[in-house]
Structures are given as structure tokens and as C-alpha cells.
Design a protein. Structure first.
Ligand SMILES: Nc1nc2c(c(=O)[nH]1)N[C@H]1C(S)=C(S)[C@@H](COP(=O)(O)O)O[C@H]1N2
Ligand SMILES: [Mo]
Length: 319
């Protein structure tokens, strides 16, 4: 079945249905129950991933207390069964389909305006960085939110390894793409998934490359083996299953911008006072409780990132 696209490319209807209809607590709790069965040893559980993953011994990593969140951490079973990962379908219930995502061998290509293009093996990369755990808020443009204990390393470390030339202004991030894994009805999308940050954003201390969560290697549905967490921006900025970092002097056009430029832009910083063309952004629904909570400017991370945007009033910073 083809998704309905009234104005060309856009998020499907599920994204605009009032939460009450789709963010059904019982559905989530059923997901939660499935999650606990998983933890008990289905073939998709972390235990099996640990055997295949040469870096599994790096988890759990020590928590960095500087990024604590006053809200409760979202239960793992919820965070791993309610996901956006369009490569595997447009519903939130794609965690089973996402098990088709390969994790090893995994090479990360670094190219563009750098001293020397290079290819890094994920496990070599993990040897060269210090993993830490950070508890971050995560706010989707569709108005659901969660709090996740990610494990990873500052993106700044990868930028330093890349040694970009001074002419580089942006980093374009590309997600893994295998047309054979994408369901037929999703093949019309402009793959691969692409996102971008300015170099200043990518080297801000909050920009975090995630390889694990909940004290274990990352689950496939959350973007294993390498995804971004840029918690002051709407969730779509944080690309999953990243394979390529290209340094460039041109602002990258991201996936959702290509899909619908009227509704999605480059900056996509969280702001409760700037509505999406089809819905207000003032309130978010906490995934595991269904509670409606107020959204904060920069998702509460203003002290870290507000300076990045001073004097940029001509830019659409919140779209
Ligand atoms: N490659 C890829 N990355 C992606 C997406 C996607 O569809 N494909 N969805 C984005 C969106 S809209 C959100 S909200 C987050 C969801 O992350 P989570 O499922 O781990 O909560 O991933 C982002 N990264
Ligand atoms: Mo999202």
C-alpha cells in the first residue's frame, strides 16, 4: 500500500493523528511486555549481539553526570519497541523488521574537505575513543519524547580524527542503505537517509555519537552500530546507522527537507513557540507515561547551544 501524500512528500498521517489515537498506552505496554521477553533471550536479544560484537566488552560505560535529566529514564522495553526508522517502514512498530540491519563488518568513510580521506573500522574507532554514558532527552518533531541513557563518545573526537580543512563548514552524515532491505512501499523515498550539522554544532560538547544504550551495545532499531544524538534538535536530525561523514562547504540537504522542504529545514532546533505547519510544538507526550509535558527551547539544552545561534536571526532556526 502506498502512503498518502497530499502535498507531495510528507510524513504519513500517523504523524499528525492526535496522540490519543496512536500513542495508546496499552499498545506501548504490549511493546513493553514483548521487550521483556526479548531480554530473556530471544534470538534478537542483546545476549546474541554481545557474542557477535567485538566491542561488547566496552559496556556498560561510566555515566557522565553532567547531562542528567530531571525526568525519569524511559524504560528500555519502550525505547526499543517504538521507533522511527523509515528504512524499515513508516510505522513505529519496526523493531522486528530492523533485525535485518547488518552490524559487522562496519566501515565508516570520512571524506570531502579533509586532509586525507579515510575509512575507519567501527571496532578500531571504538578503540580510539573513550566511551561514556549520557542521559539525554530525545524529542521527535511529531511531539513524542523520551529520555535515553545513550553510550557513546563526543562527535568532536571524530571531527578531530577527520582533520577537516578550514574551508569545511558542514558535516554531511549518510546512513546505511540497502535497497533490498527497504520494504517495497518505502522505496519511493530519497534514500539514503542524510543529515547534516555545521562544524560548530558537530564540535559542540553535546553532539554525541551513540554506539550503545541501557548499558549495552545499541539495538538495531535504535540505529546500531553508530547513530547521532543531537538532543537540542528534533529527533530527525539524529541519523541512524551512519556509514559516511563528508566535510563540505555547502549546507547539506537532509532527507526530510528533500521529502518536504515546506515543513522540514536544516536547523530544526527545538522551540515550543515555533509551530510545525500542521501542529503546535508547545507540548510533548512522554512515551512511557502518556503524560503531556511542556516542551522547552532547545529541548532544555540552551546553556550548551544557544551561543551557536547568536546573530543568526535571518535563518529559520526552528524548522
Ligand atoms: N537512518 C534513519 N535515521 C533516523 C530516522 C530514520 O527514519 N532513518 N528517523 C529519525 C527520527 S524522525 C527520529 S525521532 C529518531 C528516532 O530514534 P529512536 O527510534 O531511537 O527513538 O531517529 C532519527 N534517525
Ligand atoms: Mo522524529
Amino acid at each position: 500500500m502506498l502512503i498518502r501524500m497530499a502535498n507531495g512528500w510528507e510524513l504519513p498521517d500517523s504523524a499528525v493523528t492526535p496522540e490519543a489515537a496512536w500513542l495508546d498506552r496499552r499498545t506501548l505496554m504490549r511493546g513493553a511486555a514483548a521487550g521483556s521477553i526479548l531480554a530473556a533471550g530471544s534470538p534478537f536479544a542483546g545476549a546474541v549481539a554481545a557474542v557477535d560484537d567485538p566491542s561488547a566488552h566496552l559496556y556498560p560505560a561510566k555515566r557522565n553526570g553532567e547531562y542528567s535529566v530531571e525526568r525519569e529514564i524511559t524504560p528500555e522495553a519502550v525505547a526499543t519497541t517504538f521507533n522511527n526508522f523509515y528504512e524499515f517502514g513508516s510505522s513505529k512498530d519496526i523493531w522486528r523488521e530492523a533485525q535485518a540491519q547488518p552490524l559487522r563488518p562496519w566501515q565508516v568513510r570520512i571524506d570531502g574537505l579533509v586532509e586525507q580521506p579515510k575509512t575507519l573500522d567501527i571496532d578500531e574507532l571504538l578503540q580510539r575513543v573513550a566511551l561514556e554514558e549520557r542521559v539525554y532527552r530525545h524529542r521527535c518533531v511529531e511531539r513524542w519524547s523520551m529520555v535515553a541513557p545513550w553510550t557513546g563518545f563526543p562527535m568532536r573526537a571524530l571531527v578531530e580524527m577527520a582533520a577537516p580543512l578550514s574551508s569545511a563548514k558542514y558535516v554531511r552524515m549518510e546512513s546505511y542503505f540497502d535497497a533490498n532491505l527497504v520494504p517495497r512501499n518505502m522505496r519511493i523515498y530519497p534514500w539514503p537517509y542524510v543529515e547534516g550539522l555545521t562544524i560548530a554544532e558537530a564540535t559542540n560538547e553535546l553532539a554525541f555519537l551513540v554506539t550503545g544504550a541501557y548499558g549495552k551495545p545499541l539495538e538495531k532499531q535504535n540505529g546500531a552500530p553508530l547513530r547521532l544524538a543531537a538532543p537540542w534538535k528534533y529527533g530527525f536530525k539524529s541519523g541512524k546507522s551512519l556509514v559516511r561523514f563528508s566535510f563540505t562547504d555547502e549546507r547539506p540537504e537532509n532527507f526530510w527537507q528533500t521529502v518536504n522542504a515546506r515543513e522540514y529545514g536544516f536547523w530544526a532546533n527545538v522551540n515550543p513557540d515555533v509551530a510545525h505547519p500542521r501542529w503546535s510544538q508547545k507540548i510533548e507526550t512522554e512515551l512511557h507515561t502518556g503524560e503531556k509535558l511542556p516542551t522547552s527551547l532547545y529541548n532544555g539544552y540552551g546553556p550548551w547551544v544557544a551561543d551557536l545561534y547568536s546573530g543568526m536571526s535571518g535563518e529559520q532556526l526552528f524548522v
